[in-house]
Write a protein that binds this ligand. Structure first.
Ligand code: NAD
Length: 443
């Protein structure tokens, strides 16, 4: 099948590469010349496990190519996949202007019937606007579909290759048949393809992300109660999660969710609800709890250093919004680091993939450390923000020897509080009141 993917960011690049890997001829089109240059050389602009090797293989086999000529790319494809960004507008609603720009280019370059399938996350009703924009410019039949993308950064290739489910929202039988054919190689083990109307599919994507964000904010609230009364959220989590109506996933408290999806999708869904006369009180609360949670470690630092942080050195482990990616969009680390710098601390940071991205965002205001132990040299505290796997079993003696004060504020509950105390650390996790030193007397 001849496929054109417009927008070669986190989603578009993975989609283009994986469709080429299953034998299709794919052209990826993007306005960003630097990105396209890198891709043509077989270099991935983002870190994503397995992606670069797949990219190189499909370039070599001639099934995948990249261009900045979006119009020519549109003419090439029988299926046009739209994967451009939908960033938040000032009021939190999703800005769909890139999607509608693409619709116009498609409309101007339709030379035969085509399937146009959007993978960008778009507010309910946007697929209809996209179809209207194309039809206003072209007499050829356009078969519009919405196929939400559920890949997770950090395991994007694996998620795309083995999705839990594929959702195809469309009113067109032709789009349904073509997209079923395209996705069948990825659901051979029986995971379902679900068909629905466009609007239901558009809502499904937002509802799924908002539900996951809700679980996180809910657990962060429970964790605060655990800290306040000296209970252990890890036990509460296991007790809740073993109820199979609830299930164990996405119940881990932490320093708040970040990334390019949850924050913007929760806000955009709230805006859709508001626009349609539905009170988004639950989503506003999810968002409010998350904003507060990003400041949890700063609150803990203020408690630990009542005299202030001027002249203190603070180590930060983990900058990306989650492990397995170099993406720092909306990362809690940025809030924490800005807060530390604002309080006059010297900040030494480490991450396994995001140091370059951090340099781009933070410049020379912090010290970048290639090895995690280097960040600890002379540190008065270590703040753990991203749960990269190698942080889980470090050499604690080496850490203690490097630090000026053995204080660890662990935003991801990587360690056991009792063990850390035995090792001579002052340690505080999230909601682990009874497992370590109670953070406060029970009320
Ligand atoms: P991104 O910013 O990484 O990539 C978007 C790309 O589109 C950029 O390379 C940009 O240059 C290009 N672009 C913008 N306007 C264009 C135009 N008119 N023509 C051609 N190219 C254009 O974004 P992303 O993270 O890949 O997200 C894309 C969409 O997918 C968003 O709607 C997002 O919500 C959704 N989504 C993202 C993820 C994720 O994990 N990142 C997961 C599921 C869904």
């Amino acid at each position: 099948m001849d496929i054109t993917v417009i927008g070669t960011g986190y989603v578009g690049l993975v989609v283009a590469t994986c469709f080429a890997e299953s034998g299709n001829d794919v052209v990826g089109a993007d306005l960003d010349e630097n990105k396209v240059d890198m891709l043509r050389q077989g270099r991935s602009p983002i870190y994503e496990p397995g992606l670069e090797a797949l990219l190189q293989r499909n370039l070599e086999h001639g099934r995948l190519r990249f261009t900045t000529d979006v119009a020519a790319a549109v003419r090439q494809g029988d299926v046009i996949v739209v994967a451009v960004g939908t960033p938040p507008d000032e009021d939190g609603s999703a800005d769909v202007s890139h999607v509608l720009d693409v619709a116009r280019v498609i409309g101007q370059n339709m030379d035969r019937q085509k399937v146009v399938v959007t993978k960008s996350t778009i507010p309910v009703g946007t697929s209809d606007r996209l179809r209207d924009a194309i039809e206003a410019l072209s007499p050829h039949p356009v078969h519009v579909a919405f196929n939400p993308e559920f890949l997770k950064e950090g395991s994007a290739v694996a998620d795309f290759m083995k999705p839990d489910r594929v959702i195809i929202g469309t009113a067109s039988d032709h789009a349904r048949d073509v997209l079923t054919d395209l996705h069948e190689p990825f659901v051979r083990s029986g995971n379902p393809i679900l068909y629905m109307d466009l609007r239901s599919a558009e809502i499904t994507k937002y509802a799924a992300n908002a539900m996951l964000a809700t679980r996180i904010s809910f657990m962060n609230t429970i964790a605060r109660l655990c800290d306040a009364v000296g209970a252990d959220v890890s036990d509460v989590r296991k007790g809740m999660g073993s109820d199979d109506r609830i299930g164990p996933r996405f119940l881990f408290p932490g320093v708040g969710y970040g990334g390019s999806c949850f924050p913007k999708d929760v806000k955009a869904l709230a805006a859709s609800l508001r626009r349609n006369g539905v009170d988004p009180v639950i989503l506003d609360a999810v968002e409010g709890v998350n904003e507060a949670q990003k400041r949890l470690l700063l609150e803990a630092m203020d408690e630990a250093f009542p005299e202030g942080l001027a002249g203190r050195s603070v180590a930060v482990w983990g900058l990306s919004f989650k492990p397995g990616t170099d993406d720092m969009r909306e990362a809690p680390s940025l809030v924490v680091i800005e807060g530390l710098l604002g309080r006059g601390a010297e900040v030494r940071v480490h991450d396994f993939q995001a140091l370059e991205e951090a340099r781009r965002r933070l410049g020379d205001r912090v010290t970048y450390c290639e090895r995690n132990y280097d960040a600890l040299d002379g540190a008065d505290a270590l703040l753990i923000i991203t749960e990269w796997q190698p942080y889980r079993r470090p050499d604690f003696e080496r850490m203690k020897a490097a630090m000026r004060q053995p204080l660890i504020l662990d935003g991801r509950n990587l360690y056991e509080p009792d063990r850390m105390r035995d090792l001579g650390f002052e340690y505080r996790g999230v909601g682990r009141g009874s497992a370590g030193e109670p953070a406060a007397s029970p009320a």
